[in-house]
Ligand binder design. Structure first.
Ligand SMILES: C[S@@+](CC[C@H](N)C(=O)[O-])C[C@H]1O[C@@H](n2cnc3c(N)ncnc32)[C@H](O)[C@@H]1O
Length: 285
């Protein structure tokens, strides 16, 4: 897959991110594109949520390239969604995002929900039109937290409740955060993976199995199992894309969840079409 375009500085908030973020952006952009295009004739309304939307651009730390980030990438697809819902706790980010959307995508239906996405889930839900026989509504939700503390599984449960048709692409902080803080963040971990006895489950694996699987994979599988309990397909850790940092250490797993079998085929296609991180900026010219 082609590298993302390099943009000139527009003076608005542009958070610094690791080079690895480009792989995440390519995957979310690919999935949003395939999803929106494939579903446009079968559904009356296609809704896109970016639960942790950021400012719309990011600056890659080593190459200093400024690239479009998830909300602008998902707005820029052909066959765009009928409505976009962006939420972020950081006012500066959301202000920058609004300016960029007004400048580049002024004709799209874009709704903003400032503040904590977990606390504001009912406001987000009110922006998704109700599903009915005559108005079939399909939603795609990108969930891109910085760390385990940003997301409560309860938020996913509420978004997925009832008859709502919704798919999720979730960046699970399985590397640094999960491993560094296991001793302290009992409740945050429990709330992210919806399992208050995760520590016992981890302990029950025994030393050998713990070493074989690693905590990151255990954590991802716990999240996947929680999704399975609310009716989503879970293909296990091998169905995810591991995102590694510059030192080749896994830091996140990008995991896809749908209740429809066809959707995981789109995800498999995107994993194939996006280039591995090893070919990113360091390798170019
Ligand atoms: C990893 S960044 C993702 C940004 C964006 N998806 C992108 O592609 O650039 C996480 C974002 O989540 C926001 N955030 C953190 N905790 C949040 C919360 N509880 N509710 C809403 N936004 C939050 C941060 O301000 C930050 O912009």
């Amino acid at each position: 897959m082609e590298a993302l375009p390099s943009l000139a500085d527009d003076g608005l908030a542009t958070p610094l991110v690791g080079e690895w973020a480009e792989e995440k952006y390519q995957l979310v952009s690919c999935y949003a594109q395939v999803f929106a295009r494939s579903m446009k004739n079968a559904w009356q309304r296609r809704i896109c949520i970016d639960l942790f939307s950021g400012s719309g651009r990011a600056k890659l730390r080593d190459s200093h390239r400024i690239v479009p980030a998830s909300p602008l990438l998902m707005l820029g697809i052909t066959d765009p969604f009928d409505r976009y819902i962006f939420s972020d706790i950081d006012e500066t980010n959301l202000t920058a995002l609004r300016s960029r959307v007004d400048r580049e995508f002024s004709t799209r239906d874009v709704q903003y929900v400032p503040g904590d996405s977990n606390a504001n889930v009912s406001k987000i839900l009110r922006l998704i039109p109700p599903y009915s026989k005559d108005c079939r509504v399909l939603t795609f939700c990108f969930v891109d937290p910085f760390n385990v503390g940003n997301l409560k599984f309860e938020t996913i449960k509420q978004l997925a409740a009832g008859k709502r048709r919704i798919d999720f692409l979730v960046l699970i902080p399985s590397g640094m955060d999960a491993q560094r803080n296991t001793r302290h963040d009992n409740t945050l971990y429990a709330e992210f993976i919806d399992n208050h006895s995760w520590r016992k489950d981890w302990g029950d694996l025994g030393d050998l199995e713990q070493r074989r699987r690693g905590f990151g994979n255990f954590f991802v599988d716990q999240f996947g199992s929680a999704m399975e309990r609310i009716g989503f397909n879970w293909g296990g850790v091998p169905s995810t894309r591991v995102i590694k940092n510059e030192n080749n250490s896994p830091i996140y797993h990008l995991a896809f969840f749908s209740r429809a079998d066809i959707a995981s085929r789109f995800w498999d296609d995107c994993k194939r079409y996006t280039m591995p991180q090893a070919t990113l900026p360091f390798m170019r010219g």
